[in-house]
Design a protein around this ligand. Structure first.
Ligand code: ATP
Ligand code: MG
Length: 229
């Protein structure tokens, strides 16, 4: 990126990219531990740039899957994104992001789910070629390849639960926390692919040029997210 962007100016505030919803809400306590308060709520405000009590830090509100892009190009110095999002991003943009801290927030599992009554294990054993709908094609492809299964992946951008109900797919790969959404749609998780949590990601150039300003924030996130004894 050119150094003429606002963040290229050494006196510009640090910019943290976040999505609204659970990541924003679960980040507030981590910021509070660093002594930083956020008074505006992006759910009620239409503002996409949100100040904090620290004039040296502002937040930008972007789609969850856009967080890595803002950080990679340096429009944000750092960001918070789920491991699911980071896996899909790094498949297309390898090696651009420094991922120093697992924040242990927005925890869930990436799972294979099928309609209740569908015998997934039997289908796997018989070598059936399943159609699998998902937003997480990279993670899904790696999972089924490691199992030696041939699947046809269908990329969707949301509401994966619908796909098996209307005959678009035999199975889905989706994030699950309570399982309530699956149950409501007569689906059941049959295989765990991985545990998911959100990570802090940092722009590599910012780490070099603004490390003195970034480091105290990284230390605070590290302290705030460490598992408690
Ligand atoms: P968008 O709503 O913009 O399409 P999204 O659905 O990925 O994007 P969120 O629902 O806010 O956005 O999810 C953000 C992140 O939170 C996900 O990338 C994932 O890491 C995590 N997450 C998603 N669903 C759950 C869940 N049910 N429980 C806990 N964490 C979750
Ligand atoms: Mg969502």
């Amino acid at each position: 990126m050119s150094s003429t962007t606002q963040n290229g100016r050494l006196d510009a505030p640090l910019t943290l990219a976040l999505s609204k919803g659970r990541i924003f809400e679960e980040t507030l306590p981590l910021l509070a531990e660093a002594g930083i308060e956020v008074t505006e709520n992006p759910e009620n405000s239409r503002k996409l740039i949100i100040p904090t009590s620290d004039p040296g830090l502002r937040l930008i509100i972007v789609r969850a899957s856009d967080v890595p892009t803002y950080v990679q190009y340096g429009a944000a110095d750092l960001g918070i994104a789920g491991k699911d999002v980071l896996i899909e991003h790094s498949a297309e943009h390898p090696g651009g992001l420094y991922q120093p801290i697992d924040l242990n927030i927005a925890k869930c599992r990436l799972c294979v789910a099928v309609p209740t009554g569908f015998d997934y294990q039997k289908a796997v054993h018989q070598g059936a070629r399943l159609r699998v709908a998902t937003k997480y094609v990279t993670a899904a492809r790696e999972h089924f390849a490691a199992k030696g299964m041939h699947v046809d992946l269908i990329k969707l951008y949301g509401s994966m639960e619908l796909a098996p109900l209307v005959g678009l797919a035999d199975a889905i790969v989706d994030l699950v926390s309570s399982g309530g959404t699956l149950r409501a749609n007569n689906l059941v998780a049959v295989e765990d692919i991985m545990h998911i949590s959100s990570r802090l990601v940092v722009n590599q150039a910012a780490l070099k040029t603004r490390g003195d300003r970034l480091q105290p924030l990284l230390d605070a996130f590290q302290r705030a997210s460490a598992p408690r004894m």
